[in-house]
Structure formats: structure tokens, C-alpha cells
Design a protein around this ligand. Structure first.
Ligand code: NI
Length: 427
């Protein structure tokens, strides 16, 4: 489909900075084919025109760590300690889920993400088939990571075998890619992690893992293995393949150096970490060490939202507050963590508005109080916007929401299915 976004303010990269200027953007099929210059073979009369008056175009946000199906568990495990939350509340609900519950839960999460300008998510879960079905329908871009837990070096591990088979099902959809998702050091023995790393290496797959999320995890790791969770993952060979590590809250200086030296991308999840009482990741320190820091919401059972604007707000505020230094992280770094850094970590040709890149864009209204006046729009994106400004979303060159109306998902049906599922599960 040909699309022209005419004469809109847009956030474009210029060297290491993002600069806002007025541009016309041309989209053909799945790509941005021109910025200001109409390509010779582009027939504008056949194109869908989007008027850019009072609009801001941004690269679609990349939610680099979540569990979308858990949106059906929103607000049912609150104000609990991390281990109590996970083992006594979330795990028992997981045990009762039917496969289609994950499908509807994922769609619910995706509605919230599209409505707040997210175009890509990196998902860890055990329901690949259901999630890939939901992604095919919603039009979102996703990296699907099968959650894996185990103790032994077992190449016939049932979850791993299922993961490899289910990945094949999704291969034909260009918006889908796959990684292996060993859950965490406290649910994966060293031999099992070594096996997952070996399989990832052989199959050319990346890894997505939770690391150093809580004090309890770090204390138990010290007691049982006399190392940090980062050192544990390093010695299992996890960092020998492209790895995305979620959380990384409890880090030593040596841990930060290990992550930097091995080009591990770290996803920070400020809302989830605060809500579960896990503390604050050393984000300014990781950025200073050259680590590619991305931003994620984590699942709605711990956040309890899938809204990257809310997350950008937290990321920009908490480190200024905890470091008592307003300069330690600024709007430009926060915006990059929510866009290009996530795309880089996931190996995607998205995350910025550039000719030749995949057309994953969100268009925000500027004629709303949160964005008015339009003094510094990059600051507005991080400090003022709440996601409700998102008006139109384009993913892979396809309009999935226009004028606030979702084009790909029947919202009422999803809400009705979620209501009956929650009543069946007694939530
Ligand atoms: Ni998580």
C-alpha cells in the first residue's frame, strides 16, 4: 500500500541526535521509500494521504521485554514480594490457563500497545502457537521467545523441542522472529543453561533471559554458586550468543563490565522493578559503560500496564531522583532506549525514521493539552505524553490504527473473552 504522511513534524536521526523537523514521508509496501523527496515511481494519486497538520511522527516504540498474555492477569497479584508474587500467585494461575487464554491475553496486551504507539514487542512465554496467531492477526511486529526452565543438559528437553517446532510454524511471517528464552538463573540449572546456549549457537538464535532481578535471587546465587547471576550466565556460555537480559537491577561493577564486554543488551523495566520492590537498575552507569540499554514494560501482572510512554516517564524520572542529579539521564537517551536501542538489540531494521527502513511509525496528536505548547517535543514525549496522544499507527507499511480506530483487532470481542476467562479462573 502506498502511504504519504504529508507535511508533519517528525523525529528523525541526525548523527547521534534526534532532530524534529517538518517532513513528508513516503511509504511503499513495508518500507519508508522517501523523506521529502517523492520517489520517481511513486504515484501519489494512488496513495493513502495522511494530513500532518498538528501531528508528530515518531518511530514506533519497541517494548523490549514483556509477557503479553499476562495482560489477562492485570491487577490480580498486587502488593506482594517478588517470590510470593511469582510462586504463590502467578504460577498457580499459569497452571490453570488454557491455550486460548494466552491468545486472548496477548491480543489484550497488543491492543494496549498499539493504542500507546508500540509497534514491536519482545515476548517471553510458553504459548508460541497462540501468540504467533495473535501477532499474525494484529499486524504487530514481535520477537517470540519460548520460556524454558530445567536442570539437566538434555537435548531432548520437551519444552525446547516444542519451541524449535513452533518456531517453524511462524517462519513465513516476516513480522515474526524467534529467540530462546531460558527464564532465569534461579529456574535454570547451569547444565541446562549451557545446553540452551549450545542449541542457540548451533541454530543461530539469540537469547532472552531475566537476570539479576531481585536481592533474593542474588543472595541465593551467592549462597549456592558463589557468584552473581551475571557471572553464572557468563560461565554457562549464554553471552556467547546475542543476548537480551531483562532487569539487571542487582549489578556489581564487574557485572557491568562483563555485560559491556560481551555486547549484552539490557532491558530496563522501571515500573515492574519498583512495583515488586526490586529497586532501581543502575541505568546511567550501564549507559556510561557503553551498554545498549533498551526499555520494556514487563508483563501486566507486575507493571500493570503495557504503555511505553508511562515507562519512558519513569525511566527519565527515577534516575534523576535516585542519583539526585537531573543530568544523569535526559529525554534524548530515554527516547533512544524506547526506540532504536530496542530495534538494535532485536536485530530489526526499525526504530528510526530513515529511508529504506521498515515503516513502523506512530503518529501523535499535538493539538491536545499534554503536548501544548509544542516547545520541546522530545522532552514532551518523555515528560508530558501519556500515550493517549497516539492517533495513527503504521506497522510494516500497514495502517493498524487510524484516527484512534483499530483496524485489525475486534476490541469488543477481546474484552468479552477476557471477562469470561477471568470469571472461569475465579480472578
Ligand atoms: Ni519478565
Amino acid at each position: 500500500m502506498l502511504i504519504v504522511i504529508r507535511n508533519a513534524l517528525a523525529v528523525l536521526p541526525q548523527g547521534d541526535a534526534d532532530v524534529i523537523g517538518r517532513h513528508t514521508i513516503y511509504i511503499n509496501e513495508d518500507k519508508i521509500v522517501g523523506i521529502d523527496e517523492r520517489p520517481a515511481d511513486f504515484a501519489e494519486e494512488d496513495a493513502h494521504i495522511i494530513d500532518g497538520t498538528d501531528r508528530l511522527v515518531i518511530p514506533g516504540l519497541v517494548n523490549a521485554h514483556t509477557h503479553t498474555y499476562m495482560s489477562m492477569m492485570r491487577n490480580c497479584a498486587d502488593d506482594l514480594s517478588f517470590m510470593d508474587w511469582l510462586f504463590n500467585r502467578v504460577d498457580p494461575i499459569e497452571g490453570k490457563l488454557l491455550p486460548e487464554d494466552a491468545y486472548w491475553g496477548s491480543l489484550l496486551g497488543q491492543i494496549e500497545m498499539i493504542r500507546s504507539g508500540t509497534t514491536t514487542f519482545n515476548d517471553m512465554q510458553m504459548h508460541i502457537h497462540q501468540t504467533t496467531k495473535a501477532v499474525r492477526e494484529s499486524g504487530m511486529r514481535a520477537v517470540i521467545c519460548r520460556g524454558l526452565v530445567g536442570g539437566d543438559y538434555d537435548r531432548n528437553d520437551i519444552r525446547l523441542q516444542q519451541a524449535l517446532e513452533e518456531m517453524e510454524e511462524g517462519r513465513e511471517c516476516s513480522r515474526l522472529s524467534f529467540r530462546l528464552g531460558p527464564h532465569a538463573p534461579y529456574t535454570c540449572g547451569p547444565d541446562y543453561l549451557r545446553m540452551v546456549a549450545d542449541v542457540a549457537k548451533e541454530k543461530g538464535l539469540g537469547i532472552h533471559i531475566h537476570l539479576a532481578e531481585s536481592v533474593t535471587e542474588s543472595e541465593n546465587m551467592r549462597k549456592d554458586h558463589d557468584c552473581t547471576p551475571i557471572e553464572y550466565a557468563l560461565s554457562a556460555g549464554i553471552f556467547d550468543v546475542p543476548t537480551i537480559a531483562a532487569h539487571c537491577v542487582q549489578l556489581s561493577e564487574k557485572d557491568i563490565k562483563i555485560l559491556a564486554d560481551h555486547n549484552v543488551s539490557v532491558v530496563t523495566n522501571p515500573a515492574s522493578n519498583m512495583k515488586l520492590g526490586n529497586g532501581f537498575a543502575p541505568v546511567p552507569e550501564m549507559m556510561a559503560a557503553g551498554i545498549n540499554v533498551c526499555l520494556g514494560t514487563d508483563g501486566a501482572a507486575s507493571n500493570n500496564a503495557q504503555n511505553m510512554f508511562r515507562e519512558m516517564g519513569y525511566l527519565s524520572m527515577i534516575h534523576k531522583g535516585t542519583h539526585a542529579t537531573p543530568q544523569c539521564i535526559g529525554a534524548p537517551e530515554v527516547f533512544r532506549a524506547a526506540t532504536i536501542n530496542g530495534a538494535k538489540a532485536l536485530g530489526l531494521n526499525t526504530g528510526s525514521i530513515e529511508k529504506g527502513k521498515k515503516a513502523d511509525l506512530a503518529i501523535l496528536r499535538l493539538d491536545v493539552p499534554s503536548m501544548m505548547p509544542n516547545n520541546n517535543l522530545l522532552a514532551a514525549l518523555c515528560y508530558s505524553a501519556n500515550g493517549s496522544e497516539v492517533d495513527t499507527v503504521i506497522i510494516d507499511g500497514r495502517i493498524v490504527m487510524e484516527g484512534g480506530e483499530l483496524k485489525t483487532i475486534d476490541e469488543e470481542r477481546v474484552y468479552s473473552e477476557i471477562r469470561s476467562m477471568c470469571s472461569r479462573l475465579g480472578l
